[in-house]
Design a protein around this ligand. Structure first.
Ligand code: SF4
Length: 289
């Protein structure tokens, strides 16, 4: 397989075969994101993708999951994605799930029928970076979409039968807008009602616009305790039907996991204890190194 540059995938795709169908991210403007700054976006030729799939077939006996990268692979035309899914079905009949990173605009550009067809061909999970539900914060981070776009896109994925995993980022409103970030994000998540919700914590890379904004005082990072207060406000306001919630990424100060709404009180209790103790899971990790 010919991987180009650093390849990213969601934590739940750790055991998946990763196939780059695009290189980079077609948006590549979010102020907090450094993932694809060194890559010029392009769509890979179908022959190259097929070559990678054939190489992987020879190398691996059993492939249960395949993840299509890079940043927003759903940007591919439906016809091309269908060809790739057909090839996956032909070469990997044992594959149970194909996953993909999807940006809201790419989802909205496709018809519901197209998404249903992709689901039928094996696309079983889409990852959508909502980041924040606040229009001001989405604007500040240059996400290029509104909360309304996020809601429409998320609902469309769910209506197609594809499972939806969304991501929010703790601390993205900074000290100035933490409450707005928590409350507005909860509103968007409640409207979408996703199958999975992952809450990461903002980590700032020097190679980003946000880093420069912090340096010149335009943005103030939250302390670990403030992040937990913000998370508490978010969870308090969440009102979803049946959502697997995870906040146990390496970036998080306190590992949290549960199913909402069933575990809401338990999660709030854990957060209350942590806020009172000023608990920092990452400190503990570093101390143990
Ligand atoms: S956050 Fe997502 S959409 Fe924004 S630049 Fe990074 S990969 Fe692209």
């Amino acid at each position: 397989m010919k991987y180009e540059g650093t390849v990213y995938r969601p934590p739940s795709e750790a055991r998946s075969l990763i196939i780059q169908v695009t290189i980079g991210c077609s948006h590549n403007k979010c102020t907090f994101c450094s993932m694809y700054k060194d890559k010029k976006f392009r769509i890979r030729k179908i022959d190259e993708v097929f070559e990678d799939l054939k190489t992987a077939r020879k190398a691996y006996k059993n492939v249960n999951r395949i993840f299509l990268a890079d940043g927003n692979a759903l940007v591919l035309k439906t016809e091309k994605l269908k060809q790739i899914l057909h090839k996956i079905n032909e070469l990997f009949p044992e594959c149970q799930r194909v996953g993909i990173y999807s940006a809201p605009k790419d989802i909205l550009r496709k018809s519901l029928e197209e998404l249903i067809e992709l689901h039928r061909l094996g696309l079983k999970i889409a990852y959508l970076g909502v980041e924040s539900g606040s229009p001001n914060i989405l604007n500040f981070i240059k996400k290029g979409v509104t909360p309304k776009d996020m809601i429409e896109a998320g609902k469309k994925i769910i209506a197609s039968g594809i499972k939806l995993s969304v991501t929010l980022i703790s601390g993205l409103g900074g000290r100035q807008n933490w409450k707005e970030h928590a409350i507005e994000s909860a509103k968007v998540i409640n409207e979408i009602d996703p199958h999975y919700l992952a809450l990461l914590t903002l980590l700032v890379h020097p190679n980003t616009e946000l880093y420069r904004q912090i340096q010149n005082g335009e943005f103030t990072l939250l302390t670990p305790n403030e992040v937990m207060l913000e998370t508490k406000e978010l969870i308090k306001n969440l009102n979803v039907t049946n959502c697997i919630f995870r906040s146990n990424h390496a970036s998080n100060y306190l590992p949290l996991a549960g199913t909402l709404p069933k575990d809401k009180n338990l999660l709030l209790k854990t957060l209350n204890n942590a806020v009172n103790e000023k608990y920092d899971y990452r400190d503990e990790l570093f101390r143990s190194l």
